[in-house]
Design a protein around this ligand. Structure first.
Ligand code: AMP
Ligand code: MG
Length: 335
């Protein structure tokens, strides 16, 4: 079988793996005092460092591809943020030190890599990146992800999702299945072959498990409880940050991921869903918005044509959408 996007897939997996190494290194330096002060600077350092590394890798491999990413370097370039920029530079150099000479990496270079993520207009082929998805989970020492996807003609073609809290990198190429490899090793021979990931076959509501955001500001917990009640789902929700939720549905540990709108005017960001959505679809699951409409990735930075996101193992999808319709969730008009 001819394999499409093999080079893109390899580059994407290595890119998120390297970025995840940086995130872990930053995480290891977080002291209890920093957490107690509610100091968010480690997230900022990991966010920018992760984006710099991924953007650099993509620039080397695919110099003509634009990147739509969450961050730009404007904030980092402010004189008051020089200490943060120093930290980003230190971490990027540490990661890169293993591979090549780091002398040439300076702060200007790091900012220039970050700013490769500044595209916002739609193009026929582009990458979208969330350098740290689930920043609160990162700080809590729980789930977070580095999420990268290649979008070609409006469809997600390649996805790579590093989930350090699940100890895995998940990846998928459209029509070729979804796989997982350990997050640590770059050497697949040593780590064993990639594991095929598949959604669960569960369809008895009494046995299924749904997941949702930890943050009630990101997904309406009350509405999710109403959907669960209507369907006879009795297990408590599995709450976790980031696209790790897509990953646990993809590998069958959970059966449903509900992201129900909290505000009429919020539009989901493409980098929060592109990678996870392809991985679940390739694992045999179904991903739509709350109205059952496929996610549309060709409108720029936001999923402007969609409301909320519903992810299931496929078997449960129609029932979940039916409950949402009956409860009239997501029907309020934008203010
Ligand atoms: P999660 O970890 O699943 O709670 O999602 C984290 C993501 O939620 C962040 O990357 C934000 O882009 C996104 N976000 C921020 N505000 C909202 C909101 N009001 N509704 C849905 N998602 C949001
Ligand atoms: Mg995010």
């Amino acid at each position: 079988m001819s394999r499409r996007y093999e080079w893109e897939r390899e580059v994407a997996v290595e890119a998120v793996r390297e970025a995840a190494r940086l995130c872990r290194a930053v995480r290891e330096e977080i002291s209890p005092e920093i957490l107690a002060k509610k100091d968010k600077s480690p997230v900022t350092v990991a966010d920018f460092g992760s984006q710099a590394l991924v953007a650099r890798t993509l620039a080397e491999a695919f110099p003509d591809d634009p990147i739509i990413a969450e961050e730009d370097s404007a904030e980092l370039r402010l004189p008051g943020n020089a200490p943060l920029l120093d930290q980003v530079l230190r971490h990027v150099r540490n990661i890169r030190a293993e591979g090549d000479s780091t002398d040439s990496i300076d702060a200007g270079q790091v900012c220039a890599w970050i700013d490769r993520g500044g595209t916002s207009a739609y193009r026929d082929r582009f990458w979208t990146l969330d350098p740290i998805d689930g920043t609160k989970g990162f700080l809590r020492g729980e789930q977070y992800a580095v999420a990268l996807a290649l979008i070609v003609e409006g469809q997600v073609a390649v996805a790579a999702l590093a989930c350090p809290g699940l100890d895995a990198v998940f990846y998928a190429v459209r029509d070729e299945g979804a796989f997982g490899v350990p997050v640590e090793s770059g050497d697949d021979d040593a780590a064993g072959p990639p594991v095929h990931v598949r959604v669960s076959g569960r369809d008895d509501p009494a046995a299924v498990r749904f997941c949702e955001s930890v943050e009630s500001g990101h997904s309406a917990h009350g509405d999710a409880a109403s959907v669960a009640g209507r369907l006879g789902m009795t297990a408590p929700p599995l709450r976790m940050d980031s696209q790790a939720k897509y990953a646990v549905v993809a590998r069958g540990e959970a059966d449903i991921y509900l992201r129900l709108p909290t505000r009429a005017d919020y539009r989901e960001k493409i980098w929060d869903h592109a990678a996870g959505a392809l991985i679940v679809a390739e694992a045999g699951g179904t991903v739509t918005d709350v109205h059952g409409k496929p996610l549309e990735f060709h409108h720029g930075r936001e999923l402007i044509a969609n409301r909320g996101v519903i992810v299931t193992n496929g078997r449960l999808h129609d029932r979940v959408l039916g409950a949402i319709r009956e409860l009239r969730i997501g029907e309020e008009s934008p203010v």
